[in-house]
Design a protein around this ligand. Sequence first.
Ligand code: RM4
Ligand code: MN
Ligand code: MN
Length: 388
Amino acid sequence: MTDLASVKTALRQQWIETPSWAYGNSGTRFKVFPQPGVARDPFEKIEDAAQVHKFTGVAPSVAVHIPWDKVDDYAQLAKHAVDHGIQIGAINPNTFQEPEYKLGSVCNPDPKIRRKATDHLIECIDVAYATGSGILSLWFADGTNYPGQDSIRARQDRLAEALQETYDRLGDGVKMLLEYKFFEPAFYTMDVPDWGTSLTHCLALGDKAQVLVDTGHHAPGTNIEFLVALLVRAKKLGGFHFNSRFYADDDLMVGAADPYQLFRIMHEIVAADVLRPDSGVAFMLDQCHNIEPKVQAEIRSVLNVQEATAKALLVDQAALRAAQESGDVLGANAVIVDAFNTDVRPLLAEVREDMGLDPDPIGAYQRSGYYAKVSETRVGGQAAGWGA
Ligand code: RM4
Ligand code: MN
Ligand code: MN
């Protein structure tokens, strides 16, 4: 039997970070459909993120992307977050949107462009210290489109060099996460295509470098919970970018495509006892909301992670172990399936009431009138986002 009090405590303490870019306009390469009330600057994005925390109680930080969220005074941005009841989370350098980066950033054959990219990574360490963030979260769009375009090995050497220089500048308060993605925007080789490549670099760098698992960045059929278990065992799981993909890197709401996969991932997390915020694993959303309202979609996503987590916490670990040890294949599987099939919504409603929250976060958000209010007040200026 699972101890319900400790399940509730774990759910109350859960920490899910939302991304600032979820609150801007986004779309596909075909069209960005602008929405009313969209944040126009990093301060308004923080206000949106604060709404997600206000109604869920478990989203107390917001990741930023530089230069999308570039401001003159980062201490002021951090204070704005605190004034709204949250804090700045991971700092994500952006080395994929400037003309120089056509052939890559830290892996570019031109040393001047590599210098510019590495300088930006180092500048983002300063942003981390100025905002009180403990995470520099790296994703590189680098790669090649055609066989022979560049030397695969030379690009790895350049990557290792840039990572080492950045790592050496981290100081004691910031750690480095290295994310991978198996294709796009490069289609022949990505320079960090998979967790093995990321792990290889992180092992060479040292304890402050860990792997970031973006659930949307794998080939179809990849067993994500397996690699999560492996990374936890190696003490190299730094965090997640949660989202769902139906085909490729869709960045849709986590739990939308395959809630059973999300549950299986959370089961590995719970079984390894790395759910607690002080375990060092960061649970972050990395999503874009192209056609659905953004703040509400982030709330829904947080609830989806909570539901998967609650189910994982309800797995009867003693029964599972007993079944495993006695070779009871179907009995062990039934323990997992039973937990997944539990309706945890009443339990989560109780947890929210214990936290002084409305048991129905989406209903409460809708009744608050926030969306109507910002749709009226956020007029003029340029909405944040990708060209809308
Ligand atoms: C990438 C990757 C990064 C994210 C950008 C916007 O595909 O997931 O984490 O920062 O998209
Ligand atoms: Mn990501
Ligand atoms: Mn992605």
